[in-house]
Design a protein around this ligand. Structure first.
Ligand SMILES: Cc1ncc(COP(=O)(O)O)c(C=O)c1O
Length: 445
């Protein structure tokens, strides 16, 4: 594979853009050296890079493109909105259509606020929890990867440079899916925790997880515990939304969180996110309750941009008419089954682990000692890329992944597994060109 244009692109982009990308997980340090540096276009589940190489996409825009790249039914609605103008001095009529349509999917909630990014809505939920309870502390699982690029979250990671200690002290963490850990946190900070935010489930919520593979049971107990302690519960459906269920785990497990946050897959890659919640909480951001002290909730120039909202409306419409969730999960199941057969046949059961999560299969790559290893993971990525699959350790199922795409994935997976097996007998270093990928959250560059 020819990466000559990618090499030139890398040389320029880091001089222009800190990090070379607008999401750290898209950065050069997250990919092997033999990888595309930039994408020129996508269609369905396929991508073309700046050297003209074609790849199967397994990440689908950081899990946001749930239907497919340049997906016609979504583009049709987007084009209608583009032709009418995208931003006005007063709200667009599409905001009412969106509010009604989205809240119909989330009967637990009464009000909705829009935004262009997930971090904006999670941070808004944190602010509302503090305003509602008049408390300061925010709790989240310390072993979950990401909730916001804002200080309340980033301050608790290794990348805390620029965040004052006073801010860091206002966030506290517990072990994900572990009710006892959450109980201990409320005991440690009685009457001080304003809200708990958590993703509903992760790829490896299996029998070895603290929830014993029953995230719904943990979530219901957690909501009860949070309420007993006078705090609010925020369900972050950024990744699970439109994947684990429709609209997400809130429906799958019949949950009653005070607020929920949505983004990624809900608008097929277009920038549209949302905060939904109970009226008593959300209306703190209202301007029609005489005498109420106003919370400056979400107020952004682009939050009501019409074509992103149109993309979400078209995505919802497509999900409703086409049993998308069923297809996505069947794809996930097939990927898991076929990869497990390849792994077993290659005698790699102890070294490549596949999650049970049909809604988004994830893979762990281990070294000879049985420890998850970035070097071996990078080697696997390199071999997948060599065989035409842009892969970062998860398979985000989209509506455009059909049998041909599944076969392209498993064919590359088999070839990559063969190289992996040889590398285990020697070292990944003998096979990997360039360096291993590095953790996104690290202290030193
Ligand atoms: C669970 C979760 N919450 C919040 C966010 C933030 O979303 P955004 O990147 O749109 O700001 C992410 C992004 O990866 C996420 O995975």
């Amino acid at each position: 594979m020819d990466f000559r244009n990618s090499i030139k692109y890398r040389e320029v982009i880091h001089k222009l853009v800190p990090g070379g990308a607008h999401t750290y997980s898209k950065g050069d340090d997250q990919f092997p050296e033999l990888a595309p540096a930039a994408i020129e276009r996508g269609k369905g589940a396929w991508l073309w890079d700046i050297d003209g190489n074609k790849f199967l996409d397994c990440s689908m825009g950081l899990t946001s493109v749930s239907l497919g790249h340049a997906f016609e039914p979504v583009l049709d609605r987007v084009k209608i909105e583009l032709d009418k103008g995208v931003n006005f001095q007063r709200p667009s009529v599409i905001e009412k259509e969106m509010g009604e349509t989205f809240l119909e999917l989330v009967p637990q909630h009464d009000m909705i606020k829009f935004a262009k990014n997930g971090s904006i809505v999670t941070t808004a939920a944190v602010k509302l929890a503090r305003a509602f309870t008049k408390r300061k502390l925010i709790a989240f699982p310390g072993d979950h990867p990401f909730y916001s690029y804002d200080d309340w979250f980033i301050g608790k990671t290794a990348c805390d440079r620029g965040v004052p200690d006073e801010t860091k002290e206002l966030s506290v963490t517990f072990k994900s899916c572990d009710i006892n850990s959450l109980k201990a946190l409320f005991e440690k900070y009685p009457g001080q925790i304003a809200g708990v935010i958590t993703e509903p489930e992760k790829n490896f919520c299996n029998k070895n997880c603290a929830c014993g593979g029953e995230p719904g049971t943990f979530l219901k107990a957690a909501i009860e515990l949070v309420h007993q302690n006078g705090a609010l519960f925020i369900l972050d459906e950024m990744i699970t939304g439109f994947k684990t269920g429709f609209p997400g785990s809130i429906a799958k497990y019949g949950l009653e969180p005070d607020m929920a946050t949505w983004g990624k897959g809900i608008a097929n890659g277009f920038s549209f996110c949302a905060l939904t919640g109970k009226r008593a909480v959300m209306e703190l951001g209202s301007i029609d309750i005489p005498g109420q002290e106003k919370v400056f909730l979400i107020s952004t120039t682009h939050g009501g941009e019409t074509h992103g909202i149109g993309a979400c409306l078209a995505t919802i419409d497509f999900f409703k008419k086409n049993e998308v969730i069923k297809k996505l999960q069947e794809t996930g199941k097939t990927i898991i089954e076929k990869c497990r057969v390849i792994i077993k046949n290659a005698d790699l059961n102890d070294y490549i682990i596949v999650s049970d999560s049909e809604w988004m299969p994830a893979f762990v790559f281990k070294n000879r000692n049985g420890t998850a290893d970035m070097g071996y993971r990078t080697l696997f990525m390199q071999e997948m890329i060599k065989n035409g699959v842009l892969f970062q350790g998860i398979f985000t199922c989209s509506f455009s992944h059909n049998l041909d795409e599944i076969n392209a994935f498993t064919s590359a997976f088999k070839k990559a597994s063969d190289v992996y097996k040889q590398a285990l007998e020697n070292s990944y270093k003998d096979y990997l060109v360039g360096n291993a990928t590095k953790p996104v959250f690290r202290k030193i560059v």
